[in-house]
Design a protein around this ligand. Structure first.
Ligand code: P1T
Length: 389
């Protein structure tokens, strides 16, 4: 039976594992963790397929096969972190003088990476509000090579029309990269909407348990794949076999986790929207979200991330965060436990205050990754913390 005939949930459990794993070990139910860093050869001039684990590792290959299957692409590649995957794309595809257009709301570490490339390698970056596709088109220069999107974006949960932007990009022979971390392939498949490269921080929903740092790239084009795969090996930015095992394991429950993250998030976002101490809620699943309709059209869900502004400023936000008992005050997202953070002081502190202001990240902004706990307990904890400010 071909993978293509199987549903997402079935592929999330079976692709790359069980009878599909290595030829010759057909009774493995779970992909073994292949720790060997190197492989013996019988003849000097005949290395065989497996040579050295940075280049070939069976546990990683099992995971890469699953990545491609779930994202609906021909190829999948595993990386040591989301940023390792991003840096590899820049390394593989850009040269000095090239120009990149990015969403003005992106993970702070991604913007920091762009700035490093601007300073050291002579590329230029324009950050625009890609929620309006025309802003992207207007920013195109003769030297533009890539358009870099997140949808929903981090931390303001802005949604952009991936198909419309891909159409613009392809008219100008540009590549579109979509960071699909916030929705995971369970809710959104950017490659089917026209993205040339899909990138993930695997650390988040895909691994799902806050115990792995990882990244992935999924794509269809063979020549782009060859370039990126070459750099995956030449830079050595591969994930460890143990991390690959954890991700293979975490992925088996992706659909169930995403559904629960989402239903909890909808309940919490609705609660926050009606709270007198909340000035504004950002959640793509609320009808009040400015790009609600686009989200509905291009994804099958809204995910589990919410941002909101408390009435007041940094003082009130910090006091609220430090009063919570069940939510964990920590960077990252997408784990089974609810995490909460202050973007200006935490995940987005690596960009300047001016840049945060331009992007609309206020000191009163709080970002929440809603876990899969009972929503009544989550709302009760938020309620008691609001009582403290
Ligand atoms: O942390 P790492 O696995 O290297 O992934 C970087 C990354 C890439 N893309 C998005 C959309 C991300 O959110 C991240 C990492 N983000 C956090 C750590 C955070 O708390 O937002």
């Amino acid at each position: 039976m071909s993978h293509k005939d199987l549903s997402f949930d079935t592929r999330a459990i079976h692709v790359g594992e069980g009878a599909e794993f290595l030829e010759g070990s057909k009774n493995e139910v779970v992909a073994p963790i292949y720790l060997s860093s190197t492989y013996a050869r019988k003849e000097v001039k005949n290395p065989g397929f497996y040579q050295y684990s940075r280049s070939q590792n069976p546990t990683r290959f099992a995971l890469e096969e699953r990545y491609a299957s779930l994202e609906g692409t021909t190829y999948g590649l595993g990386f040591a972190s989301g940023l390792a995957a991003e840096a590899t794309i820049l390394f593989a595809l850009l040269k000095p003088g090239d120009h990149v257009i990015g969403f003005d709301d992106l993970y702070g570490g991604t913007k920091r990476l762009f700035h490093q490339w601007e300073e050291k390698y002579g590329i230029t970056v324009s950050l625009v509000d890609a929620a309006v596709p025309k802003n992207v088109e207007d920013a195109i220069l003769p030297q533009t090579k890539l358009i870099w999107l997140e949808s929903p974006s981090n931390p303001l949960l802005k949604v952009c029309d991936i198909k419309a932007i891909a159409n613009i990009a392809h008219k100008h022979q540009l590549l579109v990269i979509v960071d699909n971390t916030f929705l995971s392939p369970y809710f959104q498949k950017p490659a089917a909407l026209g993205a040339d490269i899909v990138v993930h921080s695997i650390t988040k929903y895909i691994a799902g348990h806050s115990d792995v740092i990882g990244g992935a790239i999924m794509l269809n084009d063979k020549s782009l794949y060859d370039k990126i795969k070459f750099c995956q090996n030449s830079l050595g930015v591969v994930p460890s076999p143990f991390d690959c095992y954890l991700v293979l394991r975490g992925l088996k429950t992706l659909s169930m986790r995403m559904e629960k993250h989402q239903s909890n998030a909808l309940a919490v976002a609705t609660y926050l929207e009606n709270h007198p101490k909340v000035a504004r809620v950002y959640f793509p699943g609320l009808k009040s979200h400015p790009q609600y309709e686009i989200g509905l059209r291009q994804a099958s869900g809204f995910g589990g991330m919410i941002s909101f502004e408390v009435v007041g400023g940094e003082k009130e936000a910090v006091q609220f965060l430090e009063s919570l008992k069940l939510f964990t005050l920590a960077e990252s997202l997408g784990g089974v436990e609810s995490l909460i953070e202050h973007p200006a002081l935490m995940t987005h502190s690596s960009i300047t205050a001016k840049e945060r202001e331009l992007a609309g990240i206020k000191d009163s902004l709080i970002r929440v990754s809603i876990g899969v706990e009972d929503q009544k307990d989550l709302i009760a904890d938020l309620e008691q913390a609001f009582g403290m400010i």
